[in-house]
Design a protein around this ligand. Sequence first.
Ligand SMILES: [Zn+2]
Length: 365
Amino acid sequence: MKYDIPESLKRRLGIKEEPHCLYCSAAPDTTEHVLPAAFGYFKNAPMLQDRLCPDCNNKRLGLLDQQLARCGMEGFFRRYYGILGRKDHDPVNPFVRGSAGGKRIEATTFDKEHGREVAIEIGSDGQGSQLCALTLIEEESGKHHHIPLHPVMTADQLRYAFNQCKAIQPIKMALAFHPQELEWIKPLVHEVWPTVTFPSEGTPFGNVIERPLLKFQVTDRYHRAFAKIGFHYFLSQFPRFNGTEPMFDDIRQFILEDSDDTQNRASDFIVQREMPLLTPAAMGLRPPDGWRAHVLAAEIRPDCCIAHVQMFLTCDWDSPIRTIILARPQSFGSHQAAGHLFLYHRDDTEDGFSGEATSLSVMTV
Ligand SMILES: [Zn+2]
């Protein structure tokens, strides 16, 4: 049987433990961005110092960040606002392929000119445009299946994607591409369907995009990413907790372990908060026009420890607020709270940062 010796007793007995990673027994020697770097670098951003080993930080938990940054609504906004994160370059187009178990973002609209639904993407310039894609249209039901095409795609991959659609015959096929893409599309498509003929021009897509429909398909990694951000933010603000205390066992296990039971497990730890976390005017903040930000907050309440995560709060969108239950129930004494606003710079600021993080005065509601 294994007993946890209380911290106070360890100190009295002079027992010193080697520090270890929050999630494994390796040495913790990384500086972790509490708000994942994929969302940009913020001046004065809170960091979590020496609590994670490189493997957990970059590989195991890095998968959570990858899915969050590319597969959900946050991935869409990241693209829309041109936030590319690390090294200012993200080689993955989230409209073409999924990441870390999450699916690609499916964005479609109705093209009046061609009388059919088309797949679209948001370019790194934030503009919507036609996605180079093969579309299968079921003649009976009218259902559309879009298969994104890309220059490094192989014939096997195209065949696989075609079979995965499970389109019900008879089907019509339509190709959407820009003329310059024909160079690699022709051989790719001919390898799979040798008799297909191509029009001399692509299907130009000059229409205004109206009411695009977005579809996100995520796994539990997406939800766990929010739990991780909330937990690590809490630890960065309340350093008297080192995060390995038994009361955090459940949240650490949830963050670390993959599971098939996506929704149920997540709802044990994450609830949506209806009350606004931040009202800029009420707080005396005057964000510039077109502002966009993330808000992280953490609280020690008399009977629990919680964190709040709100991403891409903008001047015209109250994005969802997730409250993460980190530890309960226990007696924590007085109420303490901390919060940070991560406000993006306007486009014309050039200080090497995407924005600046500011500590907020307390929120206790
Ligand atoms: Zn580790």
